[in-house]
Design a protein around this ligand. Sequence first.
Ligand code: UD1
Length: 373
Amino acid sequence: ADILCIVGARPNFMKIAPIMAAFRANAPHLTVKLVHTGQHYDVAMNDRFFEQLGIPNPDISLEVGSASHAVQTAEIMKRFEPVLEAEQPQAVLVVGDVNSTIACALVAAKRGVRVVHVEAGLRSRDRTMPEEINRILTDQLSDRLYTTEAEALDNLHAEGIAAERVCFAGNVMIDTLRASEARAVPAQQTLMAAADPQVFTMAPDGYAVLTLHRPSNVDDPQVLSRLLAVLGEISERLPLVFPVHPRTQNKIREAGLGGFLDSPRLLALPPVGYFEMIGLMREAKLILTDSGGLQEETTALGVPCLTLRENTERPITITQGTNTLVGTDTAAIRQAVADVLATGGKGGRQPQNWDGHAAERIVADLAAWLAAV
Ligand code: UD1
């Protein structure tokens, strides 16, 4: 193959879909293969996204599954090296900041294969966050870097990465959002399918969507318990729809906090599909989340987002979008929700190059770059 594209975890799927489509449409002379590491493997975390987003079946599956960070990363590296050897690509394209991203970038860089990173230069400046380590290292190893917001170039520059290697292409995740909006599943339909209307009483003024999965929020039972307590309180005012990530489900159970999921004004769902999620977000009063992708999608959709973290690697969602960092302090979360309910929340505008055409710009630039190097 000329190019190996790597995916592993759920947030990679919405990023690779428009890139694969743009390769097919605009650079048919390049042979592109899709490698799936198998970091995410559940039907709800994986298969549904391939189906809904029309991602071609992976050409190569590494089937690594779950493990500690070291074991998972090492296992991906071990299994990817022979693939790279057999395929002899001109470049390996990685997206985002998950363990699959750094693992494949590192293997490629050490074998002298060019690394291309989509979503480069984002920095939370919080090295306790596993993704921050993945971002810094992947960018250092990359030969061509595509950014989603202007500040990313400053971050890369500060780390000694030459501006000539960086291209401000925009946000491929928003390409997928724009391409999929028409197929969003109405929230009512998703809620009706999941909820016993006797149990989950929808307030006339709507609902909020909650997602939680960051280790910093869910791994420590004390932190988790404090967060769930204030969220339970919020659900009294505004019902919460909560698609639960598998790791969060495990942590809630391990901490003995399963009762939270039975609150009458909280609807816990298994992970939902992409079209279901857009529908739920679009019609929500607000989103409470610790996800990176949701901070961007809510900005694109114009829905207020309260981010349950102390920092963000996506500052444009704050300066131009609908995002507010509220941290994990109980009083701050309570106040922020009250503010959104009173005022309708922060308005925003569309960041530059979040226009649905980022993948086309990436493929055009990449084809020209490969022809020149
Ligand atoms: C990973 C990414 C994170 C991303 C998130 C989105 C890293 C370091 N983290 O975190 O950046 O925001 O994906 O979902 O790469 N599990 C299942 N089924 C699956 C996948 C995972 O049950 O299909 C459970 C397992 O118990 C596993 C745990 O979730 O141990 C964590 O999975 P892992 O891939 O290690 O990281 P995520 O928390 O999903």
